[in-house]
Each structure stands twice: as structure tokens, then as C-alpha cells.
Design a protein around this ligand. Sequence first.
Ligand code: PXL
Length: 274
Amino acid sequence: MKRILTIQDISCLGKCSITIALPVISALGTECVILPTAVLSNHTLFKSFTCKDLSDQIEPICEKWADEDIKFDGIYTGYLGTIEQIEMMEKIFDTFGKDALIFVDPVMADNGKLYPAFDMDYAKKNTELCSKADIIVPNITEAAIMTGMEYKEDHDEAYINELINRLVKLGAKKTFLTGVSLSEGKTGVMGYDRESGEVFTYQNDKVDAIFHGTGDLFSSTLIGEIMKGKDWKDAARIAADYTAHTIAVTMENPKKPWYGVDFEATLPYLINMD
Ligand code: PXL
């Protein structure tokens, strides 16, 4: 069985980061080892939150795994709390990343804004982490911040191409840009493979609502499908379809929570997707 290490926070309430990565990656048949960077009462889009930083646990935990000679097929980083934690990822990549796919989702912003806990110094460090990855998965806001471009909610092909060109220069082998809307009523993902120069675009119907945790759902599905052996484009198509389907199912739930999507209801659908 393949084994992934995912490094991100535990938001006890809120359906994001580890509470999405663990069930989704497990459901796709890969062992998901977790390294929690912090424990929060809930994600940072609630009106307030508690946060216990776990930075001092990262090194001792990794030492135990190194003693056990544990190997990973993939390392997936998501929301990281601080610049110091990003610096720790570089060491983890050196220790455990030699034969692992390094997958960095530079979670820090959405809808044109940085998340409340972050500033531009953090964003700069996150950009550096992306240059160490095999695969990066920014949304348009994160991509604009990382490349010094203006954020455009309404965008055209020229803007997206420029964003992708600049992201590719960061150095990752594959770049997936999410939240790309190239025609009326559609949204999806654009991918670029540095080795072949191939560009890939996949669009779904757009739902006019904002849901939290959908980026984490997309990334967890994408790496889960890649671990299953799916080609990068098929994996992205499945991740986009699964995310869109989960949003549609959530919309139909009159009692849906405002803070996340009903992915629990759609996991059986994901398992059978091809
Ligand atoms: O879904 C991204 C995410 C992950 N973790 C925490 C967050 C957010 C988004 O706001 O606050 C703690």
C-alpha cells in the first residue's frame, strides 16, 4: 500500500485540512500519516478561534519515524501556521522526500484576500516552499500573491496564461491552478507539465456560492488519485468532478453547515469514480 505524509493543521470543527485529507486519502486506498502543525478550535474563517501551535513536536515526531526507517511515497503539505513551520518542511523534504512525490498546496488565501493569520512575509516564504515541490496547487488568489500579479476575479485567457507562466518559473514539475473560469458559468482547473510543455484545462459548471474546504478536497483527491496510479490529467479531472459533485450535493442539503461541504455524503461516489 502507498503511504502519504500530510502536514497541516487540525481544525477540530470546520471540515478542512487534516479532517478532509485523512478520510479522503484513506478512502482512495492510501495510508495517510498525519503530522499536525497546530490544533485549532475551528478554522480561521469563524469569528474567532483558539490555536495551539505544535511546532515543538515536529522534530521529535520526525526523529521517531526516522528511527523506524519509515518511508513515504508522497508528502503533502497544506495550511502551515508560521514561517518557522515552512522552514521545517524543507528539512522534512530532505529527510523523507528523496523518493517521495512532494505536493505543496500553498494554502494562505482565497477570494482575493490572505487568510486572517497571514501576512506578505508568510506569503513570500510559502512561495519559496513551492519552488521545492514536484506539484503545486494554488488557487488564483494564491497564484496572484506568489507571482506579484493583481488578483482578478473576472479573468481572461491572457491573464491565466501569464499567471501560469510565472508560476512555472517557481520551479515545480507540475502546476495546477484552481478556480479558473474561462467561460461564462464554468469553473475548473488548468494544469501545466513542465517536462512535456503540455497544458490541460478542465471545466465544470460553476455554482454561485463560496464553500470552505473545497481546495483541500480537490488537493486530497488529486494526490489520492495520483497515488492510485492515475495519470496527472485524469487525476485532476476526477478531483474537479468530485469537488463539483460535492458542492452540488451540499447545496441540496437544507441543513448544510456554513463552514464546510458535505464530503461525507459523497465519499462512496468518489470511491467508484474512474
Ligand atoms: O481550508 C483551508 C484552511 C485550513 N486550515 C485552517 C484554515 C483554512 C482556511 O481558512 O483557517 C486553519
